[in-house]
Design a protein around this ligand. Structure first.
Ligand SMILES: [Zn+2]
Length: 151
């Protein structure tokens, strides 16, 4: 897609420091890392949302991300790693080409996710959330979603 910085990285017109590449995905160092070694795994084809990425590519992204995490444990002596994906501006997605973050973590790295733990008011309210999600869940996307992604 024109004017997409990650598509330009895939094409090679913008340089990147590559960690891994195959026919489906590319992994390269984030230029503004949370921790040094922070890597992005992207589909080579342009997808704004993770939801439209075909299963084989999405599966490859997760596999590559987890194997890079293992490489961070071994090569960087990381104590662990985060796999993180933001879908949508409100979720923190800045580049509108879906990407999986692999962030190496050390015990003393000083970084904390701004996590919180809410509590449902009642089991009935919790069940309403369950119903609203389950009633719209489709393992395979339908035609309207395909059209939305191609706009
Ligand atoms: Zn793109």
């Amino acid at each position: 897609m024109r004017n997409c910085i990650f598509c330009k990285i895939v094409e090679g017109s913008i340089p990147s420091v590559k960690i891994y590449e195959d026919e489906l995905v590319l992994a390269f160092l984030d230029i503004s890392p949370i921790n040094f070694g922070h890597t992005l795994v992207i589909p080579k084809a342009h997808h704004t949302s993770v939801a439209t990425i075909p299963e084989d590519v999405a599966g490859r992204m997760m596999l590559v991300g987890s194997r890079i995490g293992v490489a961070m444990r071994r090569g960087l002596q990381a104590d662990g790693f985060n796999l993180h994906l933001s879908d949508g501006t409100v979720a923190g997605q800045v580049v509108m080409h879906a990407h999986l973050h692999v962030v190496p973590r050390w015990t003393d790295d000083g970084f904390h996710w701004n996590w919180r733990q809410l509590a449902y008011e009642s089991p009935e309210i919790r069940a309403e959330y369950q119903e609203k999600i389950v009633s719209h869940f489709r393992l395979q996307r339908d035609a309207s979603e395909v059209e939305a992604d191609e706009e």
